[in-house]
Design a protein around this ligand. Structure first.
Ligand code: GLU
Length: 280
C-alpha cells in the first residue's frame, strides 16, 4: 500500500505542543506503514509568515527526531498553480466577485431582515457576474451552484480518525447552511484561499493520508467538494483530537509558553514532548 502523508504548518509563529502532536502522529504513521513523510510550508500569508519561523520549525522537527523525504514545498512559490485551479472554477460558473469589506458584512448581518444565518456571508454581491470583477475584489464560491453540480451523487471521504470514523457522507445542505459562499480567491495577494491551496497541494504532493486536527473537519468537507469540482479524488483523512491548555482551550500560535523551543531551552527531551502529548 502506498502511504504518503505530510505536515503542513503555516510559519506564522513558533511550533507548539499541538503542532508537535500532529507532526508526530503523521510521522509515526508514515514510518509504521513504510510510507513517506513530506513537509509543506503554508506561507501564502505573506505578511505574517516569517523565514525565522520556517527555520525554527525545521530545527524543532529535527530535534523531535522527525525526518522528511523530499525538499519542503513552499506555497508562496506556487501561487500561479492555485490561480489555475481558481480559473477552472471560475470557468465552470461557480464563483462571483465580492467587494464587501468586513465592515460591510457586519453591517448587513446586523440588519434585522437579513435572511442568511448570522455567521455566513450575507450574499450582498451574489448577483454580480465575474465579468464585473474589479481589481481588489475577492472571489466567492457560489455554494448552492457548486452543490447543485453534484446532483444525486453521494460525496464521501474516508475518515480514519477516532472521531466520525468510517466513510463520511458530506451533507450538501449542511455546507450551504453552515459554510455558505466562502472566499476562495483572496483579494490581498490575488491567489486562492489557503484551504484551497492546501487541498490542491495534497494532490500535487500525492498525499494519500492527511493527518490534521479535528478543528479542520469542516474545511475538509469544503476541500473534498473543491477537489471533486476540480476532478480529483480526495486523499484519506485522519482527524486527531486537539492538545488543549489547562483551561481546556485549544493551543494557539501565540501560546509561546507551549512553544517547543521553550521546552527545549528548559531541558526537556524529545521523549518528554512525546509523553506530554500522550504518544509515549
Ligand atoms: N496550515 C494549517 C495550520 O498550520 C494546517 C493545514 C492542514 O493540515 O491542511 O494550521
Amino acid at each position: 500500500m502506498s502511504f504518503v502523508t505530510r505536515f503542513a504548518p503555516s510559519p506564522t509563529g513558533p511550533l507548539h505542543l499541538g503542532h508537535a502532536y500532529s507532526a508526530l502522529i503523521a510521522y509515526d504513521m508514515a514510518r509504521a506503514n513504510g510510507g513517506r513523510f513530506l513537509l509543506r510550508f503554508e506561507d501564502t500569508d505573506l505578511e505574517r509568515s516569517k523565514p525565522e519561523y520556517v527555520q525554527q520549525t525545521l530545527d524543532d522537527l529535527t530535534w523531535l527526531g522527525i525526518t522528511w523525504d523530499a525538499a519542503p514545498l513552499f506555497q508562496s512559490q506556487n501561487l500561479d498553480v492555485y490561480n489555475q485551479s481558481l480559473a477552472e472554477l471560475i470557468s465552470q460558473g461557480l464563483t462571483y466577485p465580492c467587494r464587501c469589506s468586513r465592515k460591510d458584512i457586519a453591517a448587513a448581518l446586523s440588519a434585522p431582515q437579513e435572511g442568511a444565518p448570522h455567521h455566513l456571508y450575507p450574499q450582498t454581491c451574489k448577483h454580480r457576474a465575474m465579468s464585473d470583477r474589479a481589481e481588489g475584489d475577492a472571489i466567492r464560491l457560489h455554494m448552492d451552484r457548486a452543490c447543485d453540480t453534484l446532483g444525486n451523487m453521494d460525496l464521501v471521504f474516508e475518515e480514519l480518525g477516532e472521531i466520525n470514523k468510517g466513510t463520511y457522507h458530506i451533507d450538501k445542505n449542511a455546507l450551504m447552511r453552515d459554510v455558505g459562499d466562502i472566499i476562495i480567491g483572496r483579494k490581498d495577494i490575488q491567489t486562492a484561499a489557503y484551504f484551497m491551496a492546501s487541498a490542491i497541494d495534497d494532490i500535487r504532493q500525492d498525499i494519500t493520508h492527511v493527518v490534521r486536527g479535528v478543528d479542520l473537519f469542516e474545511f475538509t468537507q469544503v476541500q473534498v467538494l473543491l477537489l471533486h469540482l476540480l476532478g480529483h479524488k480526495p486523499p484519506k483523512y485522519y482527524h486527531h483530537d486537539l492538545i488543549r491548555d489547562d483551561a481546556g482551550k485549544r493551543l494557539a500560535k501565540r501560546d509561546d509558553a507551549r512553544a517547543i523551543s521553550k521546552y527545549r531551552n528548559d531541558g526537556a527531551t524529545p521523549n518528554d514532548i512525546r509523553q506530554m502529548v500522550g504518544l509515549l
